[in-house]
Design a protein around this ligand. Sequence first.
Ligand code: B12
Length: 144
Amino acid sequence: MAATTPSARERPLRVVVAKAGLDGHDRGAKVIARALRDAGMEVIYTGLFQSPEQIVQTAIQEDADGIGLSILSGAHMTLFPLVIEQLRAQGAQDVVFFGGGTIPPDDVAALKKLGVREVFTPGAPLQDIVDFVKRACARRTLVN
Ligand code: B12
């Protein structure tokens, strides 16, 4: 009998949408979580006031393909780098890290240089965000 080769199949994308630090603005994060869910993804929303360490732990425990961090508090230049540090410390650099919020253009450029894949600011169309997440995380969803 011929040997069977396991064929690649696709599973839904899994994405953690996170809020960090003392930032209480949760509307944007919830809108993004809903848009990604409506696009067929499995979304884990962390709720407010998470530490960078907790966010990365959640992504690992949930076997997430991506982390989307929402920051409207002005603390983005502290919290995004801390999440990157935790991704390295916990051996999860392959998780796609992106985000959004009230982030000035110069800071967007600086965060992208640090390794944040994409940053979406107020007014960013939801379809652009969905398309980005599908594209950026797609490679991770092929499983045997
Ligand atoms: C609504 C609002 C509030 C509400 C929040 C309600 C809630 N539950 O979210 C209330 C009244 C509680 C509030 C409180 C405060 N607020 Co306020 N708030 C706003 C406001 C007017 C709108 C934010 C909003 O909900 N927009 C609608 C959502 C849908 O848009 P969004 O979050 O920007 O999301 C879009 C993008 O940014 C992006 N995105 C966002 N997150 C993510 C995540 C991912 C993964 C991705 C891919 C994309 C993405 O995609 C979305 C779609 O385009 C903004 C001003 C503004 N125009 O942004 C100020 C603003 C954010 N607030 C501000 C401030 C200062 C405060 C207070 C400190 C005021 C005070 N002194 O008490 C408090 C802090 C409260 C706290 N604990 O954090 C400042 C922040 C300044 C800064 N960043 O340095 C802002 C910018 C106003 C200003 N111009 O000064 N606020």
